[in-house]
Design a binder for this molecule. Structure first.
Ligand code: OGA
Ligand code: MN
Length: 282
């Protein structure tokens, strides 16, 4: 069996995996990666430099890839294989608002009953400045919450949606944009504490969390902010600085993530695949 070389980044979060591209699909390798993903939260494949086809195939072996519906800017660009291009370049990004919102801490897919299992980014071109991706370990953050706080929040429900996330920076959206946001990430009630099948629990907070059900609006938002600040303390975080060819895959249900700011002319381009969720948010 192909042995992977694995180097932990910190005891809290992240590991680097060294494997040659032509061994990535060897028997047992995607399965080992899924195990490592569950253990370390974030897997970095430094400068692995794989093709789009291999990224898609790998995603489909770690789980079941969910092809992106948003292909390209419609300017005759190459067929995308279901890969989503993460870029601020107005010539290539179809909806820049979703890319800007990536700069706020979030979990992917909180509007859905079953959020994605994992997100996989491959760096085609790093940003000329900024553009790191940072991750926060939600399991650890929950585990280390004081018992009284756990008791206070354990049964709370939160409404999540893309509108809440985008309104954080886009204060006067058009009606057309608002409708698209509501379609792409409808307001959905979710438990604040996601108790997962393996016994771990994640605090589902971040930019999509709008308010707490049944609580005074300001009081609920203050609590959501307090919990977000708790979860994103430096000791729970790993910040990845991209090199061309890096691939990073993360365990979406156990993490918050965000992009550090970068500009439209930064050159930054990521090829992104999503792996279908396996567990309902409950
Ligand atoms: C995403 C995302 C962050 C980044 O693709 O879901 O949040 O750094 N990306 O581009
Ligand atoms: Mn994201």
């Amino acid at each position: 069996m192909t042995e992977l070389s694995v180097e932990s980044i910190s005891p809290e979060l992240g590991a680097r995996v060294y494997v040659a591209p032509d061994h990535l699909l060897d028997e047992g390798v995607p399965e080992q990666c899924l195990e490592l993903l569950n253990k370390h939260g974030v897997l970095v494949f430094p400068a692995i430099g794989i093709s789009d086809e291999l990224q898609v195939e790998f995603s489909n072996r770690v789980g079941k890839m969910k092809p992106s519906k948003i292909y390209s800017s419609g300017n005759g660009e190459e067929k995308s294989l279901g890969i989503y291009k993460v870029t601020m370049d107005p010539k290539r990004a179809k909806f820049i608002d979703y890319i800007v919102s990536n700069e706020y801490w979030h979990m992917d897919g909180t509007s859905y009953a079953i959020p994605p299992k994992a997100t996989n980014l491959k760096c085609e071109m790093p940003s000329s400045s900024g553009g790191d991706t940072e991750f926060a370990n939600l399991y650890l953050a929950y585990e280390q919450l004081p018992a009284e706080k756990k008791a206070q929040i354990d049964d709370l429900k939160v409404v999540h949606g893309v509108v809440a996330a985008n309104l954080r920076w886009c204060k006067n959206p058009s009606l057309v944009d608002l409708e698209r946001w509501m379609r792409d990430g409808p307001a959905t009630e979710q438990p604040l504490v996601w108790k997962q099948a393996d016994g771990r629990s994640a605090l589902v907070v971040g930019s999509t969390a709008d308010h707490i059900v049944g609580m005074d609006l300001d009081e609920g938002r203050a609590l959501l902010k307090e919990l977000l600040d708790w979860c994103t303390q430096p000791q729970f975080c790993y910040r990845h600085q991209w090199q061309q060819g890096d691939m990073v895959i993360w365990n979406n249900p156990g993490l918050l993530h965000r992009a550090h700011p970068y500009t439209q002319d930064s050159g930054r381009l990521m090829h992104r695949t999503t792996i279908t969720g396996t567990e309902a948010l409950s």
